[in-house]
Design a protein around this ligand. Structure first.
Ligand SMILES: [Zn+2]
Ligand SMILES: [Zn+2]
Length: 639
């Protein structure tokens, strides 16, 4: 070893690569690295068990090259398919550890005992990295027009002494549509953009008639306050325009209108997190039609990306006016989701977007970030999708689901989970992975299921893996410090072209969407759903057939006129209806939000006012002065 390397070794505690070679097995090339100073990650309970065994039984440690030749050329226990799936082998001579990075490793796992006894080395079998995100790379290639300093030159009022009027204008109040205009003096920002073309003209209408709407709203205020006052229209001397669009997260009902809207307003800055932008492209069916994803071809996407100003948790966008800014906080709900706080002098307005308070998933909920927001909040505009529900203890819900699956794994049966590919699917994957891994490491559990995800879930994971530093909570810690679940041998992805694995035993398959409306999950349920020993759970929003039929008790799934199949598996949705896993705050989480933020006024969105009557009363009981529901295209003056 050279002197330079030795000094490096002294300074750095991290492991070092001593030698890199290539091994060729029937024209399949495998990278071999000799390493020293093994990472703590590999020192599992299992490792110590085998290390002890090797020493106590005085099993001779086979020279590495001899082992390699024997393993690949003569070991009949390990099928060729697995040998070909190996991409990299690292070995640590002193620790007697061989790390095998492979796409599949079932037989190696099964025969671990034999391998150790035969070769005198411990085999740590792990997966190959989930891969880089093409989409994130492509997005990063595009130069953006604005920086976060852009707003520093923007004045919210004509002059600094003017009061800055804060207004809300709900463009649409319909399921699957979210778009509210927030007015901050002269500045108009869309809170989300979940609209169809039909609604664009209402934005124009708002901009044209804003002075009139303000006057009407003021008159309403005067009447309701019994004031006598003459208001005049001339207190607005500017021509309102659309100044910014905030995208809270990448779900369709918050982003559907963005691409078309940018065609109408090509200069408008878009505020969004990195993950939201990447996942938006990934979800867009037009973008998915592109042959390659490492370059963005369509001009209309480029126009969106150009205008984006990245905002992340804790960041501030300041205006020219003193003490006026926007800031952003994690909203839970899904990776990349943010809340928006508008601080205008002493007034605080908070828009939650869709949120979860608890760390329901391995992505942290709002709970950890509310401390950073100064209170009281004057106006809280909050997601009410589940506000009238009691979802119970969500970690308990996840746990019940896992117990069902553990039972299935006991007999080698399979489970299919249908979920949104960007949020719940990943939460499930991580939660299952952690649970079964712990079981294996602590109790030597042998029946750890393979967790399979479809390519869309994998692509979402690649984005998260790529942008993990912007995610908080257990997941970012896992990726950074410990075992990266996405590189685990027990986490795999599959292609529509190769569904052979469905015939194997003991799998958990996570695919999308929960209403079974796409091809791939239909092919999977067509096999998994016929067997009465298997388990199926459809989680999240189910709006379409045939998933809808199934949870209503149908015994047959009808995909088309010519394609029907009997459904015999255990459908958990009906078998255990108390099991509710949703990525929106329920009544209890709403209560926590209110306790923490001390809002003076609460206004709901994302749920019809009819369903919220009881919730509104309840929120008042919590001590909130005023509770309101937005009215369609009626301007509300907040201050
Ligand atoms: Zn959402
Ligand atoms: Zn939503």
């Amino acid at each position: 070893m050279s002197k330079a390397k030795r000094t490096k070794k002294k300074i750095k505690k991290e492991e070092i690569t001593v030698k890199t070679e290539e091994y060729e097995f029937k024209e399949h090339k495998i990278k071999i690295k000799q390493k020293e100073k093994m990472r703590g990650l590999y020192k599992t309970k299992e490792y110590f068990k085998y290390f002890k065994l090797i020493n106590s039984k005085k099993i001779p440690q086979k020279p590495f090259n001899e082992l390699l030749n024997h393993f690949f050329l003569h070991n009949k226990q390990i099928p060729e398919k697995e040998k070909f799936a190996i991409k990299t082998i690292n070995y640590y001579f002193n620790e007697k550890v061989i790390v095998i990075k492979s796409l599949i490793g079932d037989k190696m796992y099964e025969n671990l005992d034999e391998l150790v006894k035969h070769y005198g080395w411990y085999f740590y079998i792990t997966g190959v990295p989930v891969g880089d995100s093409d989409v994130s790379i492509a997005v990063d290639k595009i130069e953006r027009r604005y920086t976060s300093d852009y707003f520093k030159d923007i004045n919210l009022s004509e002059n600094d002494s003017d009061k800055i009027r804060i207004t809300l204008y709900p463009l649409v109040l319909k399921p699957n549509h979210n778009c509210i205009i927030l007015g901050l003096g002269k500045f108009n920002i869309l809170l989300d953009c979940g609209i169809t073309e039909h609604y664009y003209r209402f934005i124009e209408d708002y901009l044209e008639n804003l002075p009139q709407y303000i006057l009407e709203a003021e008159e309403d205020q005067i009447i309701s306050n019994n004031e006598e006052n003459e208001k005049e229209l001339d207190n607005i001397s500017f021509r309102p325009k659309l100044d910014a669009i905030f995208i809270s997260h990448s779900h369709f009902d918050h982003i559907s209108g963005l691409k078309e809207l940018i065609k109408l307003y090509p200069d408008v800055p878009i505020l969004s997190s990195r993950i939201t932008l990447d996942l938006y492209l990934l979800r867009d069916s037009e973008f998915l039609k592109q042959e390659n994803h490492d370059v963005i071809e369509d001009e209309s996407y480029i126009n969106v990306i150009k205008n984006v100003i990245y905002v992340e948790n804790g960041e501030k966008i300041e205006f020219k006016n003193k003490n006026c800014y926007l800031s952003f906080f994690h909203a839970g709900h899904m990776p990349g989701a943010l809340m928006l706080l508008a601080k205008i002098k002493n007034y605080r307005f908070l828009y939650t977007g869709d949120y979860t308070y608890w760390d329901i998933t391995p992505f942290a909920g709002t709970r950890s970030f509310l401390k950073q927001i100064s209170r009281p909040i004057d106006f809280l505009l909050i997601d009410a999708v589940c506000a009238n529900e009691d979802l119970g203890d969500q970690s308990q819900q996840f746990h019940s689901l896992i117990l069902f699956m553990e039972q299935k794994a006991e007999y080698g049966d399979s489970s299919l989970i249908g979920a949104d590919p960007s949020s719940l699917a990943i939460s499930f994957l991580l939660t299952f992975w952690r649970y079964f891994r712990k079981l294996q490491l602590k109790k030597g559990y042998q029946k750890r299921p393979n967790i399979y995800v479809d390519q869309m879930v994998r692509k979402n994971i690649q984005v998260i893996n790529h942008r993990y530093e912007y995610i908080y909570g257990p997941i970012s810690r896992l990726i950074r410090d410990k075992a990266n679940p996405f590189n685990s041998i027990k986490m795999r992805w599959f292609d529509l072209k190769d569904l052979d694995f469905l015939r194997k035993k003991n799998n958990i398959i996570i695919s999308h969407p929960p209403d079974l409306s796409y091809g791939i999950i239909r092919n999977i349920i067509n096999i998994i759903g016929r067997n009465p020993h298997n388990l199926v759970f459809l989680s999240g929003a189910i709006h379409e057939q045939p998933g809808l039929d199934l949870i209503e008790g149908a015994e047959e799934i009808e995909f088309s006129e010519t394609w029907k199949m009997p459904f015999r598996a255990l459908l958990l949705n009906n078998f255990a209806p108390q099991l509710k896993i949703k990525l929106h705050g329920d009544k209890l989480q709403l209560t926590e939000m209110i306790k923490n933020l001390e809002p003076k006024e609460v206004c709901f969105f994302h749920q019809s006012s009819k369903k919220l009557v009881d919730v509104a009363d309840y929120v008042k009981e919590l001590g909130v002065e005023k509770v309101s529901v937005p009215q369609k295209r009626k301007l509300l003056i907040l201050n």
